[in-house]
Design a protein around this ligand. Structure first.
Ligand code: S3P
Length: 170
């Protein structure tokens, strides 16, 4: 049976936390639509996130991110996964708090690192010391993620479904 969501459920948190994987499982479990702000940006620009950062810069990407989040929150209620930097913007947090319920998917730094270290898709980690960059991003971002309505911890031994169930419980 499909759930009637009262609000769009917005997944926030660091890259590698599993926002997309858990969001998809959650949407399937609840019988509602899943959307991903990064995917929508890529579709509209017809370029990868890395290409957008390279060609147009991060501020341009952040503008597009806000536009996409605003548009998706206007649509039917759904599970919406956002990029790791989305919840840092005052405007995005305001939009999300008006139309959605935010869920911070938290994971410890080493789990995040294990998940992102082999992938070259995240432009912010293209630095001389990506592990240190990830640690610094985590440190700087936690105060923003803490402002989410709900927090769900994920751990290496949790399956995607377990984590999705934890979100439902929360
Ligand atoms: C970003 C995370 C990425 C993507 C972009 C910027 C960030 O999304 O939006 O590379 O600032 O942390 P994921 O969190 O899905 O990796």
């Amino acid at each position: 049976m499909a759930w009637q969501l009262k609000k769009t459920v917005v997944m926030v948190g660091m890259m590698g936390a599993g926002k997309t994987a858990v969001g998809k499982a959650l949407a399937q479990e609840l019988g509602v639509q899943f959307l991903d702000s990064d995917e929508e940006i890529v579709k509209a620009a017809n370029m990868s996130i890395a290409e957008i950062f390279e060609r147009d810069g991060e501020p341009f990407f952040r503008d597009k991110e806000t536009q996409v989040i605003e548009r998706l929150l206007e649509g039917e209620r759904c599970i919406l996964s956002t990029g790791g930097g989305a919840f840092l913007s005052d405007r995005n947090r305001e939009l999300i708090s008006q139309k959605g319920v935010s869920v911070w998917l938290n994971a410890d730094l080493e789990l995040l690192w294990n998940r992102v270290k082999h992938k070259d898709t995240r432009p912010l980690l293209r630095t001389a010391d990506p592990h240190a960059t990830l640690r610094e991003l985590y440190r700087a971002r936690v105060p923003f993620y803490r402002q989410a309505d709900l927090m769900v911890d994920t751990q290496a031994e949790f399956s995607i479904e377990d984590t999705a169930n934890a979100v439902v419980q929360a």
